[in-house]
Design a protein around this ligand. Sequence first.
Ligand SMILES: [Zn+2]
Length: 70
Amino acid sequence: MAAKTEKNCRYCEITLNRNAIGLNKKLFEEDTKRSLYMCIPCMAEYLECSEDDLREKVEEFKREGCKLFS
Ligand SMILES: [Zn+2]
């Protein structure tokens, strides 16, 4: 496989931004090891929470100084 850093949602194939990728790594580490990622809307559906909840989560990780998030 070519060295490609771009990640796509496993469901809707949208290209993920840095924060979405970081969130996947935080919440679904095992999946990301197999290159399985989800976008924020699909993740919200999967977890049965709102997209805002997930964005809030991203902000939380940022406040903790997590380098996975921009
Ligand atoms: Zn998606």
